[in-house]
Design a protein around this ligand. Sequence first.
Ligand code: V47
Ligand code: SF4
Length: 380
Amino acid sequence: MIADTALSTDLQQIADKVQTGQRISDADCMTLFEKASLGFAGSLANAIKERLHRDKVFFNRNFHIEPTNVCVFSCNFCSYSRLYAHKEEGWELSIEQMLEMVKKYDGKPITEVHIVGGVHPRMDLNFFADLLKQIKAHRPGLHIKAFTAVEYDYMFRKAKLSVEEGLKFLIAAGLDSIPGGGAEIFHPEIREKICADKVNADGWLKIHETAHQLGLHSNATMLYGHIEKYEHRVDHMRRLRELQDRTKGFNTFIPLKFRNKDNDMSNVPETTNIEDMRLYAISRIYLDNFPHLKAYWPMIGRQNAQLSLSFGVDDIDGTIDDTTKIYSMAGAEELNPSMSTAELVTLIRQANREPVERDTLYNEIKNFGKTGGELNPEMN
Ligand code: V47
Ligand code: SF4
């Protein structure tokens, strides 16, 4: 029990709620952002994490396909879209090229492909349905986690289909689940300043709600640490918590730290590591109906990912195999993000946790244990 005479009454009440398994309110969440020390928030979040998953930390074997970085939108925080004239040429991959990327993993124990990119005006619903079909025809067991709500909104509107019709069409083609991108900050006061022209909060939430109703699972992100205030973070997480109460379709919450290299918000300083860890902890405490909290290691680096495992995080994503450019272009430490399974296992063990390989839906594939067992460095 955390009982500390130096704690203010409001923090003590929050600790009592968490320790008796009660939900904290929006006001409590604000109090945590405004007053909680890293140690206080971290110990509560760690207790929740251990209640849910004991010492387990999950990872998977995955790779990304980024079909294009051409984008009709112009989010101010994006360093990736080729609309920036000073950037190197954009890319747009053909279905054949993307299929070649999938074939590279033939015979390797990869379980997931994560497909996400810019919003290209000529890559439409039929193009992507074809891509999914061809991937499934080549490797039926590979889980396809594809396209953010931003991409869906554009694709479906262009095809003149409702969200339900569009999603059903892609599910029939092979779509298995939906990644969490495009959420940014839902509150219109901030959304209008950082990504005014893409799908709004209600549109994003509706796409995920419909996906959940159709039996798909999805993730949710929050791009934080720029011009938003604590109240906007609470508002963002409240909308997610409310939707999750209705559908139970979210697997994982993924806070994404704003990186400021080479974008229209380069004048905005990045958050400190302490603020990053506090956010992981506070989101673990507030989002009591989210089973998992992910620290995306290519974004925050390996050591911070390790540190986050003491602040409520139970998942650090996957092997990646140097297949994503979004974060390196925005200034993340990892220029060519890639970790072998042996490296992921070692990283998690160094934090005195139990590495567990999972599939996308968190079915356990292998528990490596805290110690023991020769790790084959070739194991990728
Ligand atoms: O929505 C773009 C973010 C997201 C920057 O579901 C930036 O498992 C920081 O959502 N600084 C797309 N972030 C990626 C994404 C994701 C990543 C990993 C795992 C999963 C999952 C989803 O990338 C965008 C945006 O929020 N982003 N630019 C930047 N400068
Ligand atoms: Fe386009 Fe996504 Fe970049 Fe926004 S964040 S400009 S939607 S690629």
